[in-house]
Design a protein around this ligand. Sequence first.
Ligand SMILES: [Zn+2]
Length: 61
Amino acid sequence: MERSKFLKVTCPRCKHVQIVFGKSTSQVKCTECNYLLAKPTGGKPKIRASGSVFVNMAVPL
Ligand SMILES: [Zn+2]
C-alpha cells in the first residue's frame, strides 16, 4: 500500500470529473472530450483545469 497524491480535476469544457495522478509526467486528457487537462513541466504537472483539488488517496497495489 502506497500513499500518493492525486488531483481531482473537473474538465472546464464538459465538467467531467476525473482523478489525475499528481506526479504524472505525461499529458493528461479528459476521458470524455479529450481536452488537455494537464501537461508536464519538468517535475510537477501543470493543471489547466480550474477547480482542481489535491486529494490523498491510498492506492491499492
Ligand atoms: Zn472534458
